[in-house]
Design a protein around this ligand. Structure first.
Ligand code: KG4
Ligand code: ZN
Length: 342
């Protein structure tokens, strides 16, 4: 089934086309980072307006790159929840209009389920059941994934997401926006053992996270010990990254033990972090566990993951009604709440 995917939940406008057997034919991501940078974070209304301007061109580009025409599309998948409401509405309404005018089905997708699907694009050998880890700017969550649409939430952050902690801590040190990639780059040059930062919930026998205390600890540390040179900044970055990646890896290990599973699929923007990739892979080797991590361009927001998941749902006959609305907040894997369709 030839499926178009659309992603506009935050600050990336992304469009992709997936062909038979999940083959990725074209995927384009247009980032708005440069536009939001001077505000130090995403400005929702500016994001919506830019999605609106970017979408028609991106659609033409993916069609040209895939070698298909609009009329050949057989289904449309769009991120419908969760995200910035105005931004989501641009994608959802584009998807509905296209589906209606072409007379083809469309489906609203949960952004986190799409992230979990990213590792399975182009048949990477992902098997079910597995532990799903999503670590992004808005989420830090662990799931038991039994199959597509069969997911249960095991634990999540009580406050900030890991990506938010990376970004806010980077902001305190004037390292630019988004700060995650810059902390990653500097951490590779620094000494993770020079400073020890808190790993909240480490001793708790649950699968929850908390990163707000880390933020406060770094703020206090910086006030008492302002960095004097590049080495000082790099060592703090290394210490912060170590604290975040260690606690995430430990909780993934705990989830594997609790559920009796031997496979992990990791996804979300923070999985682009080299420290986290390394520590998850090392844990996998040590425990004899399969760790599936998508290539870095599939970790951050993209529409290939939306198209791939949409194709799986549409091929088994599930689709959304044209009355579907976007939803800014919607948990995934909580009993009684559906992931797809609606
Ligand atoms: O999944 P994503 O693209 O968007 C959301 O749905 O949130 O994730 C964005 C987050 C940002 O917080 C960004 O700083 C973080 O992912 N990120 C990283 C790295 N690359 C992106 N964090 C740490 N290290 C990286 N290399
Ligand atoms: Zn995301």
């Amino acid at each position: 089934m030839l499926v178009l995917g659309i992603e506009t939940s935050c600050d990336e406008t992304a469009v992709a086309i997936i062909g038979d057997k999940g083959k990725l034919l074209s995927s384009i991501v247009s980032s708005q980072i440069e536009i939001h940078k001077r505000f130090g974070g995403v400005v929702p209304e500016i994001a919506s307006r830019n999605h609106l301007e970017a979408l028609p061109n991106l659609l033409d580009q993916v069609l040209a790159e895939s070698g298909h025409t609009l009329q050949e599309l057989e289904g449309i998948a769009v991120t419908a929840r969760p995200g910035l409401i105005g931004a989501l509405l641009v994608g959802v309404n584009a998807a509905k209009s296209l589906a209606w005018s072409l007379g083809i089905p469309f489906i609203g997708i949960h952004h986190l389920e799409a992230h979990l699907m990213a590792a399975a694009i182009d048949n990477s050998g992902v098997t079910f059941p597995h532990i799903g880890l999503v670590v992004s700017g808005g989420h830090t969550s662990l799931f038991r994934v039994n199959g597509i649409g069969d997911i249960s939430l095991l634990g999540e952050t009580r406050d900030d997401a890991a990506g938010e902690a990376f970004d806010k801590i980077a902001k305190m040190m004037n390292l630019g926006y988004p700060g995650g990639p810059e902390i990653d780059r500097r951490a590779a040059l620094g000494d993770p053992k020079r400073h020890t930062f808190p790993q909240a919930m480490k001793k708790k026998n649950n699968l929850e996270f908390s990163f707000s205390g880390l933020k406060t600890a770094v703020r206090v540390f910086l006030k008492d010990n302002p960095p004097q040179n590049e080495t000082d900044v790099n060592d703090i970055c290394a210490g912060v990254q170590f604290a975040i990646t260690e606690i995430i890896t430990r909780k993934v290990e705990m989830a594997l033990r609790q559920e009796g599973l031997t496979s992990v699929v990791a996804a979300g923007g923070v999985v682009a972090n080299k420290g986290l990739r390394g520590s998850l892979e090392a844990m996998g080797k040590r425990r004899g566990v399969d760790i599936h991590i998508p290539p870095i361009n599939m970790c951050t927001d993209n529409a290939a993951m939306v198209a791939a998941l949409g194709q799986a749902y549409l091929e088994r006959g599930e689709h959304s009604s044209l009355l579907l609305n976007a939803a800014p907040y919607r948990p995934l894997g909580v009993e009684g709440i559906q992931a797809a369709g609606d």
